[in-house]
Ligand binder design. Structure first.
Ligand code: FE2
Length: 318
């Protein structure tokens, strides 16, 4: 058993013990021994919070929650936002965002991914205060295909040479909520965006508000340019950083089951939704909530700034 799992078990009374099993060297752990459908004992809640900070994405199985239970689970760790600041929410459930297989078909004329990193993103990173965390629940899951990957942006930052780390420490980037490169937007995408634009300038290196760790805050789908560089310099440096940030050793890949739940720290990770499911008619339906985040701060103490749009705030409790 990994030492971290023993640590969590030792710290809790036997009836409340949870088992945390790491899935890679840097990122991802499976959590067993909890029932997420009910309020968590405080010791379990704190153990989950600690495991989230350490492993950055936690996976749970056999948790068949409904919408209200998913929101109630999230509320124990923060304030749920509205489902999605641009695309809204599931009817009757203001905090729930539907992640269905065909949602991109409705938004883009061509959803093919033109570059290996073009689907990787940090959720809503174009907002001034991107969500601190997200909780994704699997309901209809294909028997194969449809895996999701996450990458550890702290490990990615630490994996850069000291010289490049010192250079990117002082840079800032412009995040824009726009269609992926090569995918033209359908009206269902561009119209809501015209009403609710999202453009922000964030530090390229973000200091985690709880752990103090530095993360390479690149969100390849939304980070469009580096401020102060020429277009070609920006394009080439971003290409280097994007390619680096998704190196296999920084990532974990999750195979969903109905009743699986992924809970990630959105401040120091990016993730890649599956593109293979578009090649089949297999159903895939998940539901996401996000928790309100703070405004990122760089190593120099400078916070992010809004270029267009509103912060993503809490949805008031029903
Ligand atoms: Fe996402």
């Amino acid at each position: 058993m990994p030492s971290s799992a023993r640590l969590h078990q030792a710290a809790l009374p036997a009836a409340e013990a949870i088992v945390v099993t790491p899935l890679s060297l840097y990122i991802g752990a499976q959590v067993d021994g909890v029932d997420l459908s009910r309020p968590l004992p405080s010791a379990q809640r704190e153990a989950i919070r600690a495991a989230l900070l350490r492993w950055k994405v936690l996976f749970f199985h056999d948790q068949h929650l409904d919408h209200a239970q998913q929101v109630a689970f999230g509320r124990q760790f923060g304030e749920p936002t509205v489902g999605h600041p641009v695309f809204g929410h599931v009817e009757g459930h203001p905090e729930i965002y539907s992640v269905g297989r065909d949602r991109f078909k409705a938004r883009f004329t061509d959803e093919r991914l033109v570059r290996p990193w073009s689907g990787w993103h940090t959720d809503v990173s174009a907002a001034l205060n991107p969500p601190a965390a997200a909780i994704l629940r699997g309901v209809d899951i294909p028997p194969y295909g449809g895996d999701t990957q996450w990458t550890d942006l702290v490990a990615a930052y630490n994996g850069l040479s000291p010289t490049l780390r010192a250079f990117v420490d002082g840079l800032r980037g412009e995040h824009r909520f726009t269609p992926p490169e090569g995918a033209e937007a359908r009206p269902g995408f561009s119209e809501p965006l015209a009403v609710r634009p999202l453009v922000s300038e964030h530090p390229l290196v973000r200091v985690h508000p709880e752990t103090g760790e530095k993360a390479l805050f690149v969100s390849p789908t939304f980070l469009k340019r580096i401020v102060g560089l020429s277009p070609r310099e920006s394009e080439q440096l971003l290409e280097l950083l994007f390619e680096h940030a998704i190196r296999p050793e920084y990532t974990v890949r999750f195979k969903w089951r109905p009743g699986s739940l992924a809970f990630w720290d959105n401040r120091v990770t990016a993730h890649q939704p599956p593109s293979d499911i578009h090649a089949t008619d297999l159903p895939r339906q998940l539901y996401r909530i996000t928790l309100v985040g703070d405004i990122p701060v760089g190593p120099d103490g400078r916070p992010s700034r809004t270029i267009a749009g509103e912060p993503v705030l809490a949805h008031p409790a029903a």
